[in-house]
Ligand binder design. Sequence first.
Ligand SMILES: *[C@@H]1O[C@H](CO)[C@@H](O)[C@H](O)[C@H]1NC(C)=O
Ligand SMILES: *[C@@H]1O[C@H](CO)[C@@H](O)[C@H](O)[C@H]1NC(C)=O
Length: 380
Amino acid sequence: MWRILRPIRRRSHERSNRMAVSAYVSASWFLRILLVVLFCTIITLLSLVVTDSANFLTRSSKSGFPEESSMIEKSDPGGANEAEQRAFQADGGGGNKDTQYSNVFNKELAESEGEAVKKLPDCLIIGARKGGTRALITFLAMHPKIVTTGDEVQFFNNNESYAKGVEWYKDQMLPTKPDQILIEKSAEYFHVLYVPERVKAMDPNMKILLIIRDPFVRMVSDYSFLRRFAAANQVEGYDFPELKYSLEELAINNETGEINLQYGGLHRSKYYKFTKNWMSHFPREQIHIINGDRLASENPSIELRKVEDFLGIPNFLSEDMFYKDEIKGFYCITSTGCLGKEKGHKPPEFEPEFVEKVRSFLRPHNNLFYELVGEDYGWE
Ligand SMILES: *[C@@H]1O[C@H](CO)[C@@H](O)[C@H](O)[C@H]1NC(C)=O
Ligand SMILES: *[C@@H]1O[C@H](CO)[C@@H](O)[C@H](O)[C@H]1NC(C)=O
């Protein structure tokens, strides 16, 4: 309510300011006008109370959740910790291999004019982690007008890197020709709350790509990834809880049987909170959201075409550049094959009660997200 109120108050302030200038001439006029302004403010306030409670009613009946802000604040254990971030860094960013795909196509199909130089990115893939960021950047790297970074730079989310400054960041990039778009991907950017502010400070015109998938499926994938990573790597001074506990044990509180709000994997599936944070720094038109489930289940060229349009580059990534691998069950690149063999694990199975408990927890967050971005993703 305060958010709605503020601009209106400001407006009536401006009005009273303007009026105060003319009333400067006569003190009695000033008093009369003040009374009118006061009266108007009271009327506005009253009507706001009425509309807000009406909004409140529609919202709670729609999402089944009465109070957005308390819901968001109560369950905020923060984003990823450093060990987790390192795990995702080690997972690579769609790697140097992808740049080679890009180069192959560059030579054959595109004559980009001018000299290639290092510059800052025009576009960021910010996450969500395990949302399909790697597939996305790998596919985009085939476009002759796109240059991608190799590994995740993790500049804005990592204070140590950020302290090295923008010139250091630029130095991590590959040379880009004037008519090419440079994309950096770090899947942690989405979840770290101070990142959008930093990005905006560097470039308020930055184009943002966000890829998301069914938040329950994303959580499972997040868990499985960290579990595999923890089994294969030692990180000093950090015990991955994923290695010790099942997903059920982490997501449900042992004692109460309720959702464990402290579990980061679940937290990171609350897209509303993080998208809202990004949208408080960048206009909606500057953020393009990719349906990661579609990118995986349909021919990727469908979602990629929308990305090309968003980036303002010619449509190049076509249907015949992808084929569905019937054994793996997902789309691969016709010329170079499927992504690394780590990808495409069989999803684990869960008790229906567990699935329903987590899904019904996520549902109100999903509904708020649909409303925020103006699209219903239809997650269960
Ligand atoms: C990094 O910097 C931000 C903003 O100054 C701060 O809020 C955050 O706690 C820092 N993170 C770490 C891990 O030091
Ligand atoms: C759940 O409870 C068991 C037994 O009380 C305990 O050993 C285990 O550590 C708990 N799990 C978590 C995730 O706290």
